[in-house]
Design a protein around this ligand. Sequence first.
Ligand code: NAD
Length: 494
Amino acid sequence: MSQSLSPTAREPETVESIYPEIAMYIDGRWTDGSGSRREPIVNPATEEILGFVPLAEKSDLDAALAAAERGFVVWRDMPLDKRAHILHRAATLLRERSAEIARIMTMEQGKALPEARGELAGVATTLDWNCEEGLRAHGRIIPRGPGETLSVVREPVGPVAAFTPWNFPAGSPMRKIAASLSAGCSIVIKASEETPATACELVRCFEDAGLPGSVLNLVFGVPAEVSEHLIPSPIVRLVAFTGSVPVGKSLAAMAGAAMKPSMMELGGHAPVIVCPDVDPVAAARSSARAKFANAGQVCTSPSRFFVHESLFESFVDAFVLAAEQITVGNGLTTGVQMGPLVNERRLSSVHNLVEDARRRGAKVLTGGNRLPGPGFFYAPTVLTEVPMDAAVMTEEPFGPIVPIVPYADLDDALRLANSLPFGLAAYAFTHRADTVDVLTRGLQAGILSVNHAGGSVPQAPSGGFKESGFGREGGSEGLDGYLVTKRISHRMAI
Ligand code: NAD
């Protein structure tokens, strides 16, 4: 059965939302940059133009680099309690402004308003957590005997060049800003041109909290032009990227050519293994909530379902029901659970995956179609009888598509789960400790969730294996990439 937009889901709430003017923030000043190039920002739920984002010229990027170089010294040398005061103040401002920023995020990105609010609550906590970790990023003294001290100190690596995508317009930039600033680094961040207003609002919180202007610089531009200018610059000491595997590989290569460390949070294609000992309906409902969050545009989204043959049918039926019960519409409308895809490009890419599966013999049990416009809406889609060589089984779908495959033997499920070059997230449903043990040891993924499909938390690390990247964001590991370790041995006599 194919879906339509729910009839009540068209009209957004009547509360007026003002979409702000977009500018870059360079050396403590809001600026349109030195050129005249700009790009429209489109509301994916209505296809209306919300505003325009200015694109940086080389001279703007040079100004941001020079500011970050100066800002690094100012920030590194500021007493830590003063730094922490500014960062905690920015987190407080974010909480105070989160209702308005959430509405702006939904307008430019499309996700349902409650999800946008949840993301903003999370970013304030991320900032507080990283700030506290920065206070604890100390070294150690190693005993050597009288007349000599041997110590290890950890210092901020230097100015960071960061690049973030549109799917978490606040969460993704904040992970990089919070880690940079908490470690004592300055940063030039190119946030997504598709969701620039949320990034501007985050930066405004730091500005209003008293962060020295040169420390945090926000630019927009033609992505490849910006990365090709920033990464080789001798001012930049660390490259941090979240986005697709192909772009991540090219940026990591560019960083490697300049012998700079990089942190890569790239895509995945998360397997979900549903074992025979669980309630298939509960497992399907829990998976569906996670799958359709942000219309499936999440790097850790559960996206390949391997379900034991004994409960395959019940699981599929429950998933189809859950998919058909999702209220799709403008994310600003009360009751909407799933918004549009972010742009026309994503919409056709998702539909092409479904068409490819269909051509190869897959059954489309629900969805499989674009929903009537305006807006880039795609119906929650469930597929069965999907061959393993269908593109949807090998390419990160980044959309609301659910291919479900039966398995007979856990080893087979594990082999299929590990068969792709990705290794970001994995999920399992089972109550058996021995099965959890097998899966914990066997799954090649940086994040494993058992009996739930919940998201990341600031106090634990996130990141991938294999082509899903390297480096960890969050947890006590989260500042490691932003710090360098220095050994100092000091003899009292020559
Ligand atoms: P993309 O890789 O082209 O863009 C993702 C982000 O990277 C965007 O913000 C873009 O501005 C930036 N980017 C692209 N090329 C760049 C470059 N040369 N230098 C610097 N930044 C650059 O992805 P897309 O077309 O928006 O989406 C396609 C696929 O990317 C998705 O299907 C998904 O698989 C993946 N993706 C992953 C994540 C993630 O969180 N890991 C986020 C967004 C997209």
